[in-house]
Design a protein. Sequence first.
Length: 298
Amino acid sequence: MLDVRRLRFLVELSHRGTIAAVAEAVHMSPSGISQQLALLEREAGAALLERVGRGVRLTEAGHRLAERGADILAALELAQAELRSGEEPPAGTCRVAAFGSAARALVPALLDCQRQHQGLRVELVESEPEVAVPALVSGEFDLVVSEEYPGSTAELPRHVNREVLGADPLEAVVATSLLGGRDLVKHGGDLPWALEPVGAASRAWAVQHCLGLGFSPTVQYESYDLDLLLLLVHQGAAASILPRLVLPPQRETATLSRVDTGWSRTLVSLARQARASDPSVRAVRGALRGQFEIRQFQ
């Protein structure tokens, strides 16, 4: 009989890639994780790991067992969830992970949700989706707020429930002082640009969009911090393409030229399938949708 706890360590390894990362996630020592995985190999009667340099990787048998293990762990969590009534009031702790700009914009919704449900404690961690989604699968988070740019929808792990919060329009923005009366689209190739670094979905989309308009953007400033990119725009240092969620309300942008690209990023909330019907998760998701709708029309 396979030990479920050890099975979880194998599933964690399939998501996180290294024993050190698994050890950190489950608050154990790397040697302790290695010992548990060695015991799992004995129980399974097959080699699940193989050495690669100073690390390890899953064998074909290891991958198969990790996939089955994920199904088993999800089924156990779902069985526990079904024992609780879906009509219970939101209670307990709901841990939410959100990337920077979304976290700042959605804080009011999380605080309001917590005030409305006195038995509910909402915890917020700023985390990029690449880190937060594996942590969601392993149970560190109950909800993850993620983003999808046109043409770059990420493949989600099995047993993850996806719910759309809304569309966030993408706008080309530049200080009127830098633009000097020129047309942003026609003269975009003459301007310095501030975008996220190479590898970010937003960067790939922005470059392709500019190429479609007939110019290649000269990127002078790079940052994952969208507030920093906006600051550079306000200072007249560069043009950028930013989601409306991080931009100030239209009435406060007299010094900015804003052009709607006609495209939007999609904000989504992700939860493990077994937790999607939990009253606390449903309450927080509802609050996030409401706050997002408010921000959309500012």
